[in-house]
Ligand binder design. Structure first.
Ligand SMILES: [Zn+2]
Ligand SMILES: [Zn+2]
Length: 387
């Protein structure tokens, strides 16, 4: 390992207590999308103590922040480390974003020390509301990433993999409007909105047999009437469609719309389909930057697992269409521990989780260093992005 990378690793190791402290604070204070005020303030103060200037509430997103090394004006190229810190309702940090924030802060603080006068080429962006919110989309739309050349973060997982595809996603609500009537006395005068929703659900189910391997449709019924003896005049459900490309994602939405239209026609209902913004784009991978991360995994002797084909979605997908981005996954538990469970949350602070946090911080700092120091790497990253 070269001298600088060796120093990065030693500096991260010297911050062990600090980084575990950040992860533990967030774990003990879980806040859901767009309500991460404690996290924003805690992480901002921490960075200020370590020589950063922090602007809170950037891009019109209250719980975001933007940190740059104090006394340095921004230079190009600039690499951004991203901190996620939102939790899930009821099960807290079951997606492990407490670790994401801690690793990115560690990497930024160490890079600042290593870069010295050249630290103006590194920033840390606090990106709220990954879970269902899409904070990165709002920040990107507000121009926060305009003068930045690459973005990186890591995500805890059950596999070690420098990158994989992520699915585009559209969240939407479907509503059916019918007419109430006494279900026994005057059923002929009613129009049953619940039946329409169930017909739509059944059509969607039938269509699911014909999805491509990357297609996903899933939903729940949120409103299905009040009492058995009142014909429901209102029924509603929440759904997601996902696909590995924007076009397939959008095509699935149109097929679901047809299922709803057909059901409404059959039952004589009105229906409405409302899309929640922002929609999530599939990940545009940058293999050149992932390659640099892979090399650093090898430096730390972290074996690379096979892609298990499991796919989710992230607002990092949207960001990856604005600028070269990587979203490597690092294991904190075995495959028996699924994400979005309390088991996964607890794994963020086991000895394995702890080690992964330090490794992640090291590899992010090392890859940031590589990007800023190699014009040849930057050229390949750019080429890959423009492909
Ligand atoms: Zn999640
Ligand atoms: Zn997550």
């Amino acid at each position: 390992m070269d001298k600088i990378k060796d120093r990065i690793c030693r500096e991260i190791d010297s911050m062990t207590d600090d980084l575990f402290g950040i992860s533990d604070f967030l774990l003990a204070n879980p806040e859901t999308a767009y309500k991460e005020f404690k996290a924003r303030d805690y992480l901002s103060s921490f960075l200020e103590e370590k020589g950063f200037t922090v602007e809170k509430e950037v891009g019109g997103v209250e719980t975001s922040f933007f940190a740059r090394p104090a006394g340095c004006s921004q230079t190009r190229p600039t690499v951004a480390l991203l901190a996620e810190y939102d939790a899930l309702p009821e099960i807290g940090h079951a997606c492990g974003h407490n670790m994401i924030a801690a690793a990115s802060l560690g990497a930024a603080i160490v890079l600042r020390r290593i870069l010295g006068d050249r630290a103006g080429g590194m920033v840390l962006v606090g990106t709220p509301a990954e879970e269902g919110g899409g904070g990165k989309v709002l920040l990107a739309e507000a121009g926060i990433f305009e003068n930045i050349d690459a973005a990186m973060m890591f995500h805890p997982s059950s596999t070690n993999i420098p990158g994989k595809g992520m699915l585009g996603r559209i969240k939407f609500k479907v509503e059916f409007f019918g007419r109430t009537a006494h279900a026994a006395g005057s059923p002929d005068q009613g129009i049953n909105a619940l039946d329409a929703l169930i017909l739509a659900y059944s059509s969607i189910n039938a269509f699911r047999q014909h999805l491509r391997p990357d297609g996903r449709i899933h939903g729940v019924i949120t409103d299905g009437g009040v009492l058995p003896n009142i014909i429901p005049d209102y029924a509603a459900g929440l759904f997601y469609v996902r696909g590995a490309s924007r076009s397939y994602r959008d095509e699935l939405l149109e097929r679901v719309r047809k299922c709803c239209e057909g059901a409404a026609l059959a039952m004589g209902c009105e229906f409405k389909l409302e899309i929640f913004q922002p929609t999530i784009d599939p990940m545009k991978r940058n293999l050149a930057l992932e390659g640099a991360f892979t090399q650093n995994m090898k430096e730390l002797e972290i074996g690379i697992d096979e892609d298990n084909g499991r796919r989710g979605s992230s607002d990092m997908g949207n960001l990856s269409h604005y600028l070269p981005s990587i979203h490597p996954w690092l294991a904190i538990a075995g495959p028996e521990v699924a994400g979005h469970t309390t088991g996964f949350r607890d794994a963020t602070v086991t000895s394995r989780g702890r080690k992964t946090l330090l490794d992640a911080a090291k590899m992010l700092a090392m890859t940031g260093w590589d990007f800023l120091n190699s014009s040849e790497l930057r050229e390949r990253v750019k080429e890959d992005f423009l492909r």
